[in-house]
Design a binder for this molecule. Structure first.
Ligand SMILES: C[S@@+](CC[C@H](N)C(=O)[O-])C[C@H]1O[C@@H](n2cnc3c(N)ncnc32)[C@H](O)[C@@H]1O
Length: 282
């Protein structure tokens, strides 16, 4: 999907809100975990980039809209002296963060704070050396206010990293017809406002940050787990109230989801990409 310009201060369309209301939180959390398991290779590159750009090793890191914690845990692993504050409005997500931190032996350094960033910046997320916002800035109602709060929450010299998916993951590359179906699904998701975000660089500068840099990270995987991720993603698309597919495409998607052998034939590999902005508080 192309990067979409936002044409209103509230970045999510009503259709996207609707889609999120209908998505089961556990289904979304499972998708995030599957994505991290298969395409999380970019996390090493992104955290390595941050390390190379850090004037001093971060001691206090804030993970905004932490989801299931893939970013926060990768940061705790990269920066071994740092504590991570994972902020999310969803208690279920934060439970997954704690479980993941325990699994990766960093539970002692990863704390969770349940807070709605649309209401206020949580006090527990101040005095940071690094603020990381992955696939979350486009979800808040007023991202410019959140960016200004992130700026205030950082110590001088601290870094902000904003990460977004550069297009949705693609699975159905093993067959031209299936690939075309996936393209139409993505177009419908884009119409519904899924994953819509602007070029964050001007917003980040406007919030007072300097040295704004942008990088892209690609990732792909081919393993048996691709099939599970493909099935979960396509089911998520199929059951979303906001996705408007033609009757033929709905039938084709149902046929694919109902035929395990055919799905396995066309979904052999997953490709994804991330775009990241890194900026410094003076
Ligand atoms: C698409 S997920 C991304 C999760 C994770 N950062 C990642 O990259 O895998 C977005 C997360 O932001 C959280 N979120 C959305 N709006 C929020 C808000 N206003 N305040 C706090 N968390 C929010 C959601 O609950 C969800 O866990």
């Amino acid at each position: 999907m192309e990067r979409m310009p936002h044409h209103r201060s509230h970045l999510r369309s009503q259709a996207a809100d609707h889609a999120h209301e209908h998505a089961r939180p556990e289904a979304l959390a499972d998708l995030l975990d599957r994505d991290a398991a298969l395409l999380g290779g970019y996390l090493g590159d992104a955290t390595g980039w941050i390390q190379a750009e850090s004037a001093r090793e971060p001691e206090r890191i804030v993970d905004l809209g932490a989801g299931t914690g893939s970013g926060g845990v990768a940061l705790a692993e990269r920066f071994e002296r740092a504590t991570v504050v994972a902020v999310d409005r969803s208690a279920a997500m934060l439970e997954r963060v704690r479980a993941s931190a325990a699994e990766h032996n960093v539970a002692a350094r990863v704390g969770t704070v349940q807070a709605d960033l649309d209401e206020a910046w949580p006090d527990a997320a101040s005095g940071a050396d690094l603020v990381w916002a992955s696939s979350s800035l486009h979800e808040v109602g007023d991202p410019d206010r959140v960016l200004a709060d992130a700026h205030s929450a950082l110590r001088p010299g601290g870094l902000l990293a904003v990460i977004e998916m550069d297009g949705l993951p693609r699975f159905l590359t093993g067959d031209p017809e299936a690939a075309a179906l996936e393209t139409r699904c993505h177009a419908s998701l884009a119409d519904a406002g899924w994953n819509a975000y602007p070029d964050w660089a001007p917003h980040v500068r406007q919030a007072g940050f300097a040295d704004v840099r942008e990088r892209r990270f690609g990732a792909q995987a081919a393993s048996v787990d691709v099939l599970d991720y493909a099935r979960a993603t396509l089911t998520h698309i199929r059951t979303s109230a906001a996705v408007q597919l033609s009757a033929e495409d709905r039938t084709a998607l149902d046929a694919l989801l109902g035929n395990e052998a055919e799905l396995a034939r066309v979904a052999t590999r997953v490709r994804g990409a991330r775009v990241a902005w890194l900026a410094r508080r003076r």
